[in-house]
Write a protein that binds this ligand. Structure first.
Ligand code: PBG
Length: 327
């Protein structure tokens, strides 16, 4: 009587019906856990702005990776915090750096079960905190920087990384890294390109985690993307794939759902999204105050990121979600 024939509520009636008709599913198979290793630690140190996350020692990062494997998480991405920084970030390609020691320990311990990825950037290693080396005028020198990224990629591959993930947003970085890896015989090592990475205020907690501050109140707006732009993000993705990226990533996730959807529609490589530190911290902080149900909000946001088109998600919720949603 006045109702349309098709009543959409019919298929929402029971949990089983809803399960059957769900279009997007969040699975533990979609999750990659970012982990931090810090040089010179005997014990893991909690990161205050990222409740539940730690700066790890080499031995505790391996323990954490084994826990991830045991709950079914299929990948991790490693960030490292060195003791020493210098203008060129030379610690990044030191074969004995804590990053490389941890990669090799991780590959040995969990390499058969987890994909071991290495974030590839210089900001943790430069004394000025930028993602590259500086030219005389104080700007980041693109071409000098990508040459160094090639060295870092080879050091990470030598240490056992399955995937390197360049996050510096330099032009030509994927081509330079692919070339360096191939020259060194690392044809099998894949590149996950941080292809569309916005200059975001949501990276704040991460910078606490890796102890990076940018010299003289600087920012990354001269190399990371302006949040206003989507077509430019598509151009970044297209260039990275043309340069040899095996997978592309978009970040932050929740503020880029339109970009994720468009990229998933237009490219044929796996598309990842990074739910970044600020996205994690906001959920944790509100949950701690009892203002929201933290795990429920995390599932909702991660499912929306899947619905937008992400094939997998880098998220600090990986271990927690694996336990919450089941393997
Ligand atoms: C740069 C890098 C950053 C993040 C990943 N790689 C920080 C930045 O660009 O300043 C942010 C990740 C997060 O916030 O969780 N090496």
């Amino acid at each position: 009587m006045g109702f349309p024939q098709r009543r959409l509520r019919r298929l929402r009636r029971t949990p089983a019906l809803r399960r059957l008709v769900a279009e997007a599913r969040l699975s533990v198979d979609d999750l990659v856990a970012p982990l931090f290793v810090r040089e010179g630690l005997a014990e893991p140190v909690p990161i205050p702005s990222m409740p539940g996350q730690f700066q790890h020692s080499v031995s505790s990062v391996v323990t954490e990776a084994k826990r991830l494997a045991s709950v079914g998480v299929p990948g991790l991405v490693l960030f490292a915090v060195p003791e020493q920084k210098d203008p060129t970030g030379s610690g990044a390609w030191d074969p004995d750096a804590v990053a490389q020691r941890a990669l090799s320990a991780l590959q040995g311990a969990v390499g058969g079960t987890l994909v071991v990825m290495a974030d590839l950037c210089l900001d943790e290693y430069t004394d000025h905190g930028h993602c590259g080396v500086l030219a005389a005028d104080g700007t980041v020198d693109n071409d000098a920087t990508i040459e160094l990224y090639g060295r870092v990629a080879v050091a990470q591959a030598n240490a056992g990384a399955d995937v390197v993930a360049p996050s510096g947003m330099m032009d030509g970085q994927v081509a330079a890294i692919r070339h360096a890896l191939d020259e060194a015989g690392h044809h099998e090592v894949a590149i996950l390109a941080y292809a569309a990475k916005y200059a975001s205020a949501l990276y704040g907690p991460f910078r606490d985690a890796v102890e990076v501050s940018i010299a003289s109140g600087g920012d990354r707006r001269a190399y990371q993307q302006d949040v206003a732009n989507r077509r430019e993000a598509e151009a970044e993705v297209a260039l990275d794939i043309a340069e040899g990226a095996d997978m592309v990533m978009i970040k932050p996730a929740l503020s880029s759902l339109d970009v994720i959807a468009e990229v998933r529609r237009t490219v044929d490589v796996p598309v990842a999204a990074y739910q970044v530190s600020g996205e994690y911290a906001m959920v944790k902080a509100a949950a701690e105050r009892g203002w929201i149900d933290g795990p429920a909000v995390a599932v909702e946001q991660l499912t929306a990121i899947k619905r937008a088109g992400a094939d997998f998600i880098l998220t600090y919720f990986a271990a927690e979600m694996a336990e919450y949603i089941g393997g």
